[in-house]
Design a protein around this ligand. Structure first.
Ligand code: PRX
Length: 701
């Protein structure tokens, strides 16, 4: 990154990152340490590379296996790693059945509806067992699903979502949960790619106090999938409120079925968990990459569950008696790993909240925490910034007490971290800043809560068994203390790592391994570092600070979006000739996408009309969360002489940074035009920081 300066066309998130100064350490309290799961100072030795891969047996031993594995890690075909080979297990058994003898009456899930007058609903492990069995029976007998089939699930944050996932897992059916906020078209693309015949959705749900129609997206999704050659023969519709239909869309006879009506036929049915191989896929999760086509990240059963269970125990410090609340959406990887699978495998109580954190006001999360005595709280910087902005004093009004709090998904500014620590955590809670990705299954870098001090703004060292390394563009190692940013990689495989990209093994190798693999013929795993796609600084104390993506991905309020996907959506507007999407620093959302449009020659449409069309194209093709903060309509784009759009220049303009030398452009004069247009209409300070604290990428190199 450092040596690609003026010739660089693109600018990534990492390059607009604020470089805040190194912070002082904060230490966990004695009270926290006295109860923590991981207090053994030898853990790093146990999980050293010398003991790799057998060290991960410790995580797999947290699970119940029908058949124990014979090979901990098979690396014979890099980078297609195979963990716990020969082992057989069932995820639904591990998350439910095995807890029944001692804990059947304990809450597995507490559902908190968004409307505050609707009471929370606790679902015991026994009730979860009954509901998952009945749902599994329906999926097997009514929908005809069996091991290895794929099912797309497009649902909001309700208990029926994990119930459906666990029912799939009980049968060995591979689920592909699409975040409920994605549009019908985005869902349809994912249905087609995964080859799902069945779509499971819900009529509607509540968000910001309003009913949202979810089922209407199913019709669009099915039509979109059909256009791509994939036939959906059943749409199964859960109902948010008994006896009501929150969707205005008619049910299509012979295709659409209300789950509650069909479930009557499966009352009391039990389905024996299907033993699956450790290497059988548990789920697909689509995520954005550098091309317009999302990647179906394929996760295993045994390695994945072992890894999320181990990290939930040691990093989240989950004990069975805790009340644990992660505010992420189950439609993203954080929700899969750390709302559903990790916490339930450990037999704890996992809280599911339907709505937005600030509804009806910014005191809501703290009221929920107080009322239900939540003691572990997990959220993202965007939510923390928003809650701080709208209710800086709110946490003081409530008598909640967290022992541990998590931040995930984006870099957190030190002053935001301190508010979280002082006000939300009341200086009692440990904070873990966990860095990882959809592809990783579970945490990669974080402090170990009872063993490492916290440092605001830094994720921390690799978690047990994860050995990070930072390389420059040429593949030279930037050791701890190097003071230059580079690309963070992981030296070794780990059980939670994806297996492949669904149907695209070559893309998997190219995206994650080709960059730093010196010899693709090598059978030695040491030659295959995993390339994460994030820029990072490696501090002298071994803590990693993540700067953001180094590719065409933007994390908007923790939602991962590909700029190419956004650009393709813009190009569906007939008047648009060219589109470029760039990341812009935002005080609440961390980053937001900004769109630049050049119109086709002769188009005289009012730019305001074009802006509306572009926004609605993005919302329809991707989803409302991808809505850009601005659409700039310009007569041309800054281009190289060979005609490539210089996104770097646009990013600089949008972020109020120096544009650098533009004299070599084919059309340098356009830069000034664009600058005047943008700067006259915007005024920005970067996320959570005062201008004095800010040092830009490149300035410290
Ligand atoms: O850029 C990093 C950022 O989120 C990206 C992964 O996004 P996704 O696959 O959607 O998973 C998000 C939740 C695990 C990463 O490439 N990211 C994630 N966690 C952090 C982070 N950036 C800074 N600090 C973090 N703790």
């Amino acid at each position: 990154m450092a040596d690609t300066k003026n010739e660089m066309l693109e600018t990534s998130e990492a390059q607009i990152a604020a470089h805040w100064k190194e912070e002082e350490y904060y230490y966990p309290t004695a009270k926290f340490i006295s109860q923590a799961n991981l207090v053994d100072h030898d853990v790093d030795k146990r999980f050293s590379l010398e003991n790799f891969p057998e060290n991960f047996k410790e995580y797999a031993d947290l699970l119940d296996w029908y058949k124990y594995w014979h090979t901990t890690l098979d690396t014979s075909n890099p980078p297609f790693w195979r963990w716990f080979v020969g082992g057989q297990l069932n995820v639904s058994y591990n998350c439910i059945d095995r807890h029944l003898p001692k804990n059947k009456g304990k809450a597995a899930i507490i559902f908190v509806p968004e409307l505050e007058n609707d009471p929370p609903l606790a679902i015991t492990y026994q009730e979860l067992y009954v509901r998952v069995n009945e749902t599994a029976a329906l999926l097997r007998e009514f929908a005809g699903l069996k091991k290895g089939d794929r099912v797309t699930i497009h649902m909001p944050m309700v208990p029926e979502l994990p119930i459906t996932m666990l029912a799939c897992a009980r049968l060995g059916v591979i689920h592909s949960v699409v975040f409920g906020g994605f549009s019908g078209m985005a869902c349809g693309d994912r249905i087609a790619d995964s080859g799902s015949r069945v779509l499971i959705t819900m009529d509607g749900y509540y968000r910001n106090g309003q009913v949202q129609d979810q089922k209407e997206k199913a019709d669009i999704a099915v039509a979109q999938a059909k256009g791509l050659g994939a036939e959906v023969d059943k749409v199964l519709v859960w109902r948010r409120r008994q006896g009501k239909n929150l969707s205005v869309t008619p049910m299509l006879k012979g295709r659409d079925y209300f789950m509650d009506e069909i479930l009557k036929d499966y009352k009391g049915k039990r389905v024996a968990p299907v033993p699956v191989a450790a290497e059988d896929p548990l789920f697909l999760m689509y995520t954005s990459g550098t091309t317009g086509k999302p990647k179906g990240i394929q996760h295993s059963t045994g390695g994945y569950l072992a890894y999320v269970t181990g990290t939930a125990k040691y990093i989240l410090d989950i004990h069975p008696e805790d009340i644990y609340w992660c505010m992420a959406d189950i439609g993203w990887i954080t929700g899969h790993s750390y709302i559903v699978y990790g916490p339930l495998a450990l037999g704890t109580t996992s809280l599911i909240y339907e709505g937005v954190p600030t509804y009806p006001d910014a005191g809501r999360p703290w009221r929920v925490a107080e009322q239900l005595d939540v003691n572990i709280f997990h959220t993202a910087p965007t939510a923390i910034r928003q809650l701080r902005k709208l209710g800086p004093e709110e946490p003081r009004k409530y008598n909640h007490h967290f022992k541990l709090m998590v931040t995930v998904g984006e870099p957190i500014e030190p002053n935001v971290w301190r508010w979280y620590y002082d006000e939300v955590g009341k200086k009692e809670a440990v904070i873990v800043d966990t860095w990882w990705q959809t592809e990783n299954g579970g945490f990669l870098c974080s402090t170990k809560p009872a063993l490492n001090p916290m440092k605001p703004g830094s994720a921390g060292p690799g978690v047990p068994g994860i050995h990070p390394v930072v390389y420059d563009e040429k593949g030279n190692e930037l050791p701890p203390g190097a003071e230059r940013a580079g690309n963070v990689c992981i030296r070794n495989p780990w059980p939670g790592i994806m297996q492949t990209i669904w149907g695209e093994p070559e893309r998997y190798v190219q995206t994650y391994y080709a960059k730093y693999c010196k010899n693709q013929q090598s059978k030695d795993w040491k030659d295959w570092p995993y390339f994460a796609g994030d820029g990072a600084l490696y501090a002298g104390d071994g803590y990693i600070r993540i700067l953001g993506r180094v590719d065409d991905v933007i994390n908007v309020a923790g939602h991962r979006l590909g700029t190419k996907e956004l650009e393709s959506a813009c190009l569906t507007v007939p008047e648009v000739a060219e589109a470029a999407v760039v990341p812009v620093i935002d005080p609440i959302k961390g980053r937001v996408p900004e769109v630049y449009i050049a119109l086709k020659p002769g188009v005289t449409t009012d730019p305001k009309e074009i802006q509306k069309k572009v926004i609605s194209a993005i919302e329809n093709i991707i989803g409302k969360m991808a809505r850009p903060s601005h659409v700039w309509v310009s007569e041309d784009m800054p281009k190289t002489r060979s005609g490539k759009i210089m996104r770097r220049v646009l990013t600089a303009v949008s972020n109020n940074m120096p544009v650098g030398d533009v004299t070599t452009l084919a059309n340098p004069e356009i830069v000034e035009h664009i600058k005047i247009m943008v700067q006259s209409q915007t005024k920005r300070t970067p996320a959570g920081e005062t201008p004095d604290d800010i040092k830009r990428f490149g300035q410290n190199e």
